[in-house]
Structure formats: structure tokens, C-alpha cells
Write a protein that binds this ligand. Structure first.
Ligand SMILES: NC(=O)c1ccc[n+]([C@@H]2O[C@H](COP(=O)([O-])OP(=O)(O)OC[C@H]3O[C@@H](n4cnc5c(N)ncnc54)[C@H](OP(=O)(O)O)[C@@H]3O)[C@@H](O)[C@H]2O)c1
Length: 263
């Protein structure tokens, strides 16, 4: 309970202030985008996971509460398809037992970027939705080609499939995807990874403005020595941002850094 309150006190002003810092208040095109928070956990040597398909807990139990409190302040949780395939996350809000009246009654919506529609029907986030504990998963894909036949299969299974434009590299255009979310009235999006998604959200811009409004990084006091690096997209690491309005908070043994992308 104490960590939950501490998390709320730390996170609420960050989420609220970064909206007004980054987005014009007038009714311009940029206002169609949801507020985007990018959040992930890394080790001291910059790894976010093992390479094996066994998910690991990098951060501590207090940081887990912080992360789920952050989820409760957003309407959707976005991951890349490789994270679904390797970790099979539930993508739900799990603050039960921490609060008597838990915001878990609000179901978080899983959002998955999956150009080739590889999403497995046995994924836990789909099961959580069917069992009433999670929101309906939304998949974003590009021009699907051979995978077109998967769309009715996924829709039949209860998933909403959105087809949007690709970017210059054929991946899903982040701005096109955010516009669809904005038009569907999704106001606040939390992006959790993995590595390629982190890179895309750190570098994507629209009209020279960063599309990510707030970045929250949990740094755990440990090393992995090997695994998936926080940035591992083939060395194309130009245009990486610096942060401004930086704040630090300790949750258990972990340091949490929050900041806005400097323009
Ligand atoms: N520590 C943490 O906080 C944390 C959080 C989440 C995940 N992880 C770890 O991250 C690892 C997975 O990272 P990853 O880099 O392999 O995969 P990822 O970022 O989860 O997914 C990347 C895939 O998403 C699809 N995609 C579509 N549009 C994209 C776009 N605009 N930008 C980026 N990707 C796009 C691409 O696949 P298609 O071409 O098929 O569409 C791409 O290969 C796992 O080991 C997981 O454990 C760690």
C-alpha cells in the first residue's frame, strides 16, 4: 500500500505534466495522438532480458508495483510481437491485494505491433481477455500480403486487427498507428518493449516533435553479462535522444529515472 501511494505520488504529476509540456493545447493535428509513456527495466550493463525464451524478473517487487501503478494510469499497453512470442506476457493490471478497491476493475488493453500476424491464439493476453481479466487485444499490422488469411482467424478469436501504413523500413508506422488509437479515443498509451519497439518509440517523430512524451526506466542493481540489449536494432542508432526534466526515485533497490525527450 505504501509503495502504491509512493508510486502514485511520483508518477501522476509526471504523466499529467508531460502532456502539457509536449503537446500544444490547441486543436492541432498533434492533439490526435495519445499521450505515450515508454517504460522498461534494464540491468546496469544495459540488458532487458536473456536471449532464451525464459522471461526473467529484472526489477524488484516494489518496482513491479510501480509498473502496475503506471499501467493503471494508461488505457493501453503496447509490446512488439517478439515480446509476445518470447515472454507471453499477460499485459494485465495486477494491483489486487495491494488495494482494497483496486483499479484492476479497469481492464488494460493489450496492443501488439505484428506486421506478419504471427500472434499465437494461445497467448496469455488473449486468454486473460476471454476470462474477463484483461481488455480485448488490438493488433496492428501493415499490408499483410500472404498473412491476409490470418485476419478472419484472429478476429474470430476475439482480437481487433488494424491495418495501417508501413514506415520507410516496412515496419508499422508509429504515427499512423497512434492516429488510429487517437481516433478510437485511446488517450494514454504505455509502451513496454522490447528492444526494437523501444528504439522505434525513442526515435519516432511527427512534425519534428517526439511521439513519446515520457520515458520511465527502471535500473536494477545487477548485471546479466549477455542477453537482449536495450538497443539492439542492428547498429542504426543515430538520432537517439537526450532527456530533459529528469527525475529519479528509488523503489526498493532499483533506481527509476523519468524524463521527457528533449526537442
Ligand atoms: N525488461 C523489459 O522491460 C522488457 C519489456 C518488454 C520486452 N522485453 C524483452 O524484449 C525482448 C524482445 O525484444 P525484440 O527487440 O526482440 O522484439 P520486440 O521489440 O518485442 O518486437 C519487435 C517486432 O515488432 C514488430 N514491429 C512492427 N512494427 C514495428 C516498429 N515500428 N518498430 C519496432 N518493431 C516493430 C517487428 O516484427 P514484424 O516484422 O513481424 O512485425 C519487430 O521485429 C524479449 O526478450 C523480452 O523479454 C524486456
Amino acid at each position: 500500500m505504501e509503495t502504491y501511494k509512493d508510486s502514485l505520488d511520483f508518477l501522476t504529476p509526471l504523466v499529467n505534466n508531460s502532456i502539457s509540456n509536449s503537446l500544444p493545447s490547441s486543436n492541432t493535428t498533434v492533439c490526435q495522438f495519445p499521450h505515450v509513456t515508454l517504460s522498461f527495466a534494464q540491468t546496469l550493463d544495459g540488458y532487458i532480458s536473456h536471449t532464451s525464451k525464459t522471461p526473467i524478473k529484472i526489477s524488484s517487487p516494489p518496482s513491479f508495483i510501480m509498473t502496475h501503478t503506471l499501467r493503471s494510469l494508461h488505457d493501453g499497453i503496447l509490446v512488439g510481437i517478439e515480446t509476445i512470442l518470447s515472454d507471453d506476457p499477460r499485459l494485465t493490471l495486477r494491483l489486487n491485494g495491494i488495494l482494497e478497491s483496486s483499479p484492476s476493475s479497469v481492464k488494460s488493453r493489450p496492443i501488439i505491433l505484428d506486421s506478419r500476424l504471427r500472434f499465437p491464439l494461445e497467448s496469455k493476453c488473449l486468454k486473460e481477455y476471454k476470462d474477463g481479466r484483461g481488455g480485448k487485444p488490438w493488433i496492428f499490422t501493415t499490408h499483410v500480403g500472404e498473412a491476409t488469411g490470418r485476419i478472419p482467424v484472429l478476429e474470430e478469436a476475439g482480437i481487433q486487427v488494424n491495418v495501417v501504413d508501413g514506415d520507410n523500413e516496412g515496419k508499422i508506422s508509429i504515427s499512423a498507428m497512434l492516429k488510429v488509437l487517437g481516433n478510437q479515443n485511446l488517450k494514454k498509451l504505455m509502451v513496454e518493449g522490447g528492444s526494437r519497439i523501444i528504439h522505434s518509440f525513442l526515435t519516432s517523430k511527427y512534425n519534428d516533435l517526439p511521439l513519446t512524451n515520457l520515458v520511465i526506466i527502471t535500473i536494477a542493481p545487477t548485471f546479466l553479462g549477455d542477453g537482449v540489449k536495450v538497443l539492439s536494432s542492428g547498429g542504426k542508432h543515430s538520432n537517439l535522444p537526450r532527456f530533459t526534466n529528469v527525475k529519479y526515485h528509488q523503489f526498493g533497490p532499483d533506481i527509476v529515472m523519468a524524463g521527457n525527450i528533449a526537442t
